[in-house]
Design a binder for this molecule. Structure first.
Ligand code: PEP
Ligand code: MG
Length: 532
């Protein structure tokens, strides 16, 4: 039995399940050259791998059309011919021939003018991995297709991995790297999955079938627990569930403080399912709809119609308030279909509003979709990562341009839609007075604000102790922003993780924060602090 202690927990809860090691296998070909006599055998191996992959994709294709497209590519003659000609003509073994063929095909798709065709490069790579895994006799980890309960242990998880998680089977998440406000933590929290991040070296010591007990309340992981510990964890799990039931009984109490101030208690979401789950918490609205997940789950930039379909449903589901944040991509959030230039400091790079303003056509598609959805509820638009009044004015002007277009086309939208901004850069804190005259509302993003004020990467586990939103500089900034907003008569909310930390609730209330927006799993805990 081995016990690991972690300083901070990313998402609450107790889990007991077998571990699933989530590791990208080594796809390097075993060997390379062959003799002429071995060619037939290598071709046979490739044909066998192709058949096995086709069979697997055939099953997956019934549920998801992406895999139907993959099936077509595997069936395509170009891939087969490419590999076979390298086996025959260049005396490469099947694995090396496959690697080179995939690289060549990917390069061709990468260079195409047509965006749709360029997107196929990622598909080619995916298929290459499947075929290589078959040839090498290794199995591919796939969080999305998990069909029994497990605690996932990974070096790190990217948002693209995490969005595929099925909470029915993923009982817990442990990552060697990452911080508590990294995006894996945020997504895990929205799914209510107990999660511990930044736990340090772990995978090496795991064989892959250990029983894991994790207490993501206290930050403890037990590997191969003895009988006594296992029994103790079963009790902890029951106690945790009982506490949840107690908190649930407070759900019908409105979030009003003892001195009579009505607080807007909202949820942060990434998709329609999150909204449905959050509504069970009796929330006052959605304070942050992270629209980038709609982009990340896709194989192409979602069109205006595709986005409209989602936003209008979201607005109808939650007519109280739906704050849609415009695309906040970049940093650690990437798109499989869009190549970002490599940057030295991605969190200080081309991200969020900077991308939207540079890619105006793409931005307009999103704004038009949000505007059209605004007639289905009370929709608000929020711009991320603003650092200057010029940026805010540009974003507002483009929104006006979209409104004028929609009017000319006879399409309905809410004429008085509120346009707000996130306060998550030091510049926006220092200029809060000026911004308060231009924006209809503020929402403080403490995740980024803390990293930029303290110059500490939010995902750096070495500095996790020092990444602290209770740092006096962060508290001073929050207080200043609330004051500046109130002076101009606008509401100030918070949608960073601090808003969902019940240890901070009383402090934020005393500063005058109007809206708290958090992962659904934190709502009960914060409500208790507001009403007590
Ligand atoms: C934040 O930075 O606090 C925030 C809410 O945005 P994100 O975590 O998506 O960067
Ligand atoms: Mg942010």
């Amino acid at each position: 039995m081995k016990e690991i202690h972690v300083a901070k927990t990313a998402s609450r809860g107790i889990a007991v399940a077998r571990v699933l090691k989530y590791q990208e296998p080594d796809f390097t070909p075993d060997g390379s050259s062959i003799t002429q006599e071995q060619a037939a055998l290598e071709k046979e191996k490739f044909a066998g791998a192709r058949e096995a992959v086709k069979k697997a994709l055939g099953v997956l294709a019934q549920e998801n059309e992406i895999f139907a497209a993959h099936l077509e590519i595997v069936d395509d003659f170009t891939l087969q011919e490419g590999v076979e000609s390298k086996i025959e003509g260049e005396h490469k073994n099947a694995q090396a021939a496959l690697k080179e063929t995939i690289e060549e095909l990917k390069a061709i798709f990468d260079m195409m003018d047509d965006e749709y065709m360029r997107e196929r490069a990622a598909d080619i790579q995916d298929i290459g991995k499947r075929l290589m895994a078959e040839l090498k006799g290794i199995s591919l980890p796939d969080i999305g297709s998990l069909s029994s309960e497990a605690v996932i242990a990974a070096r790190d998880l990217y948002p693209s991995d995490t969005v595929r998680i099925n909470p029915e089977f993923v009982k817990g998440i442990i990552t060697e790297e990452g911080g508590v406000t990294s995006h894996v933590s945020i997504i895990a929290k929205s799914m209510n999955i107990p999660t511990l991040v930044g736990v340090g070296p772990l995978l090496e010591s795991l064989s892959g079938d250990e029983l894991i007990c994790m207490d993501a309340e206290k930050g403890i992981i037990v590997i191969d627990a003895d009988e006594e510990t296992l029994a103790d964890y079963k009790v902890r799990k029951e106690d945790y569930e009982k506490e949840r039931v107690r908190l649930q009984s407070l759900r019908n109490t409105p979030a009003v403080t003892k001195d009579g101030k009505k607080i807007s208690l909202c949820a942060n979401v990434g998709n329609l399912e999150d909204i449905e789950k959050a509504l069970e918490m009796n929330i006052d609205g959605i304070g942050l709809f992270r629209s980038e997940f709609l982009y990340m789950e896709n194989t192409h930039f979602p069109t205006e119609e595709e986005q409209f379909a989602v936003y209008s449903k979201a607005a109808a589901l939650c007519p109280q308030e739906l704050t849609i944040r415009t695309l906040d991509i970049g940093g650690d959030k990437e798109l499989s279909y869009f190549e970002f230039e490599k940057e030295e400091n991605p969190f200080l790079g081309w991200r969020a509003i900077r991308i939207s303003l540079d890619m105006k056509d793409m931005f307009k598609q999103q704004l038009r979709a949000i505007l059209r959805a605004s007639v289905f509820g009370h929709v608000r638009i929020m711009f991320p990562m603003i650092i200057s009044l010029e940026e805010l004015k540009m974003a507002k002007d483009i929104t006006e341009e979209c409104k004028a277009e929609l009017k000319a086309e006879g399409k309905a939208y809410d004429e008085d839609i509120e346009l707000g901004m996130m306060i998550e850069t030091p510049a926006s804190v220092l200029l809060a007075d000026e911004f308060a005259r231009e924006a209809d509302f503020f929402s403080i993003g403490t995740n980024d604000l803390t990293q930029y004020l303290l110059a500490i990467d939010r995902g750096n586990k070495k500095l996790a102790d020092k990444y602290d939103y209770f740092h006096p500089a962060v508290l001073k900034a929050i207080s200043h922003v609330i004051e500046a907003g109130h002076k101009e008569g606008i509401k100030v909310g918070m949608c960073g993780e601090m808003a969902g930390d019940s240890r901070a609730t009383v402090k934020l209330l005393s500063m005058g924060l109007d809206e708290f927006s958090m992962s659904a799993g934190s709502v009960d805990y914060v409500r208790e602090k507001i009403i007590e």
